[in-house]
Design a protein around this ligand. Structure first.
Ligand code: THU
Length: 127
């Protein structure tokens, strides 16, 4: 599938967002190394700190279903044009720091590796 297709899918996923407080609807499409697709949207809460970002919803769905290796994630956040937040970068980096992160900015599709977005990743060494 073309990367622009993943952006389209992420737009569709963002329609499912539950974002009554910020009004910012985010959609994410997480693609595994063997081509499986997991969609996520942000889910807000009246206790604001409990809000979960679209990227982490997609990741938690994937890992809980047995998939842990990812090649890319496409993110759409309406007119915010935003890259993933720091918490999502760290959570995704736990699994696949070399994945490609794709988002739109000023009508252009941007591609970065997760490692570019989060250099010097915090990891725990195995003893
Ligand atoms: N949000 C995401 O879904 N992903 C991010 O990477 C950053 C922020 C959501 C959380 C909240 O519902 C809204 O965007 C505003 O912060």
């Amino acid at each position: 599938m073309k990367d622009e297709e993943y952006i389209k899918m992420a737009k569709k996923a963002s329609e499912k967002a539950y974002a009554p407080y910020s009004g910012i609807k985010v959609g994410a499409v997480l693609v595994s190394e063997n081509g499986k697709i997991f969609e996520g949207c942000n889910i807000e809460n009246a206790s604001f700190g409990l809000t979960v970002c679209a990227e982490r919803v997609a990741l938690l769905k994937a890992v809980s279903e047995g998939t842990k290796n990812f090649s890319k994630i496409a993110i759409v956040s309406g007119k915010q044009d935003a890259a993933p937040c720091g918490a999502c970068r760290q959570t995704l980096a736990e699994f696949s720091p070399e994945m490609t992160v794709i988002w739109e900015k000023n009508g252009k599709v941007i591609f970065r590796t997760l490692r570019e977005l989060l250099p010097e990743i915090f990891k725990i060494k195995n003893s």
